[in-house]
Design a protein around this ligand. Structure first.
Ligand SMILES: NC(=O)c1ccc[n+]([C@@H]2O[C@H](COP(=O)([O-])OP(=O)(O)OC[C@H]3O[C@@H](n4cnc5c(N)ncnc54)[C@H](OP(=O)(O)O)[C@@H]3O)[C@@H](O)[C@H]2O)c1
Length: 269
């Protein structure tokens, strides 16, 4: 049984490929720059990626346009199960961000084959592998989030839950809300990374309008600034602030704490 992992160079995809292979699974790792070339925007790349695949880890593109055609083609090619990475409370965000993820949820639910949705909080790894890395290294993270706590989740926990859903039984039709074990404000999280790394780093709360104007000035397209603005609105409204115990229940171990993540990724040697 070949498992297709999309976004296989990304924060969850990369770890999932390793995790599934270490467990002896046959895995096809696909993305534009990965082992096997897959591009959402080039349907000609899809058939080779899907050949012989029964199970798909689906990380949706931002633009929902290609998702339905891809899922239809996958089912025709013999796919029997999708596990979709999504975000928490997107359905309550008034459709202002996460269009790709929402479309993927809808499309797999109507596909007629098995599906599981993983709705996740922000990953710990956003701090050191992506969005927030540069500002943190520069000593100042400025966001419009307010004093709301967020139960950041470790990408490795998302991966291990994904592996359970991809290879186990009893997960069809399930929507799992995945979080870390404790809710921290961004100010608290930044303080922990600052102390562990020995770097002076401050968290600065900025008004949403100022944040969006800053993105535009840096050259981000207006729709990206708007989408991020809407995401932070959901966070400020406290919609994704409560931890769940889903990770611990599915993995039979506690979810990784933010302190464990900080010790691993930020501790000064
Ligand atoms: N980060 C979070 O905290 C978080 C939380 C919940 C949900 N999500 C959702 O998870 C998804 C991934 O976000 P992320 O920030 O974690 O990114 P990521 O998975 O770390 O990186 C994006 C991945 O997508 C691949 N990719 C980009 N454009 C592609 C295309 N046109 N065709 C095929 N593959 C493409 C990239 O590989 P190549 O460059 O090699 O193509 C890369 O592997 C998003 O939908 C996001 O909303 C993220």
């Amino acid at each position: 049984m070949t498992i297709l992992v999309l976004a296989a160079t990304g924060k969850t995809g990369r770890r999932l490929v390793q995790h599934l292979r270490a467990d002896g699974n046959e895995v096809r790792a696909a993305s534009r720059s990965g082992e096997v070339r897959f591009d959402w925007d080039e349907p000609a790349t899809w058939a080779a990626v899907l050949a012989g695949v029964r199970v798909v880890y689906l990380v949706a593109p931002d633009d929902p346009a290609p998702i339905e055609a891809f899922v239809e083609q996958a089912v025709r090619a013999g796919v029997e199960r999708f596990v979709v990475l999504s975000g928490r409370k997107l359905d309550q965000a008034g459709g202002r961000f996460g269009h790709g993820m929402l479309a993927a949820e809808r499309v797999v639910a109507a596909s007629g084959v098995g599906w599981t949705i993983l709705r996740s909080n922000n990953f710990n790894q956003n701090f050191d592998e992506y969005t927030w890395r540069e500002p943190l290294l520069a000593g100042r993270l400025a966001l419009p989030i307010g004093a709301m706590g967020e139960p950041f989740i470790d990408a490795q926990d998302v991966v291990e839950v994904a592996a359970v859903a991809l290879t186990g039984v009893g997960h069809f039709g399930q929507v799992y809300e995945l979080t870390g074990p404790d809710s921290l404000t961004f100010a608290e999280a930044v303080r922990m990374m600052s102390v562990a790394s020995g770097r002076p780093i401050e968290y600065v709360e900025v008004p949403a309008t100022e944040y969006e104007a800053g993105l535009l000035a840096e050259g981000y397209p207006a729709e990206v600034a708007e989408e991020l603005g809407a995401l932070f609105e959901v966070m400020r409204a406290g919609l994704i602030t409560e931890p769940t115990d889903t990770v611990a229940k599915l993995l039979n171990r506690p979810a990784t704490s933010f302190a464990e993540y900080v010790a691993r990724a930020w501790q000064r040697p």
